[in-house]
Write a protein that binds this ligand. Sequence first.
Ligand SMILES: Cc1cc2nc3c(=O)[nH]c(=O)nc-3n(C[C@H](O)[C@H](O)[C@H](O)COP(=O)(O)OP(=O)(O)OC[C@H]3O[C@@H](n4cnc5c(N)ncnc54)[C@H](O)[C@@H]3O)c2cc1C
Length: 423
Amino acid sequence: MAHIVVLGAGIGGMSVAYELRGTLGKGPAITVVGEGDLFSFTPSNPWVAVGWRKPSDVQIQVPGYLARHDIAFEAIGADKVDPQHDRVLLRDGRHVEYDHLVIATGPRLAFDEVPGLGPHGGFTHSICTTPHATSAWEAYKAFLDDPGPVVVGAAAGASCFGPAYEFAMILDRDLRKRKLRDRVPITYVSPEPYVGHMGLGGVGDSRGLMESEFRQRHIRWIVNARITGVRDGEMDVTEMDEDGQPKKSHALPFRYSMVLPAFTGVDAVRNVEGLCNPRGFVLIDKHQRNPAYPNIHSLGVCVAIPPVEATPVPTGAPKTGFMIESMVTAVAHNIQAELAGRPATAEATWNAICLADMGDTGVAFVALPQIPPRNVTWARVDKWVHLAKIAFEKYFLMKMKSGNTEPAYEKYVLKLLGILRTR
Ligand SMILES: Cc1cc2nc3c(=O)[nH]c(=O)nc-3n(C[C@H](O)[C@H](O)[C@H](O)COP(=O)(O)OP(=O)(O)OC[C@H]3O[C@@H](n4cnc5c(N)ncnc54)[C@H](O)[C@@H]3O)c2cc1C
């Protein structure tokens, strides 16, 4: 009996485990290797960080739900992938062998690339994980007693800008509700060459839309920015010109700060010979398979994709939920084909779709394909985006419990646009 191991129990890993079971039926054994028993719905983390959600609202215990679909679960975490022997070494010294491995480990958060960055020994907060968002909320509560300047943004090399915009706008909304906004100057700091670039070279008129939103909310911004160091209450930022040369230095005071780090691949995969690019992202062919080890498939934030364009300060291209969902379907179909002795033919659609919440309204971006020139490029600010995001959270958590493999993005957001998931 074939054994398929899925590494990572996040949005991509959980989805592919269920979709594999749905596609393959009862036959093959499936094991998910996670880090702890909890699944976190990462897109809700900005709400956790301002107390609009409790951690328990956005997390579920996975082993019981997976077991209902005859999917085994190891919570101990992987120490290393060992592709020479088709096995994954676990952190307690055991190992699991596989016929096919799906790597869906998400990112390693590279706070270490900027001195003083991050919640572990640094001076900025993070919303990248639910535990980070929970400690960001604790710090925010203390900040509310004695408010002052806020810096929100992303470090050089970051590839996930949506949550930084969301957090700046949600913070603005929360502070207005508390009648404290007048005491809190907010600055957005980003390596993007302009506001609304998003690592995508802009989407439709995202530049105009996001600048307008920032202006209306009195959020000032510094772009083409490299955060070079953070001390307690002060951030050093170098603003670059279009050639990537230093243009201006800023020492930004802050009483509260949330900065998204650059991402790399996680340790369990990044040091494996032939598996990853220099940043530790898993190399894949157009069928989501690693060229050196074709029985290793990968999806989600941990895969290597090219940047949309070179920018004066490095930025990466985001891997958002719709793209991940599309990778999930392609991987499941390709493993099914290979187990049946047929070649893998399914390809993901490399499209960028993002719903970003802004507290009481939201902005939707659609870029098809991700790299210009595009067939569809569209951005819109509307209240329905805020409501759609809440509905999507409820739907996705329900899907993670039921094991329903119906594609959520397609069903709820994109059917109207006529976008297909796989080619
Ligand atoms: C704050 C935030 C908000 C976002 N909001 C949106 C949004 O609104 N819409 C959207 O489309 N996209 C959003 N994204 C982007 C993307 O959809 C998410 O990052 C998504 O969680 C990525 O899914 P993933 O499965 O690749 O990684 P993750 O969800 O991060 O899952 C990876 C899992 O692998 C586990 N893991 C790592 N290493 C190991 C190991 N050695 N052994 C075992 N397990 C391991 C991790 O613990 C984790 O559970 C957001 C991203 C962030 C950071």
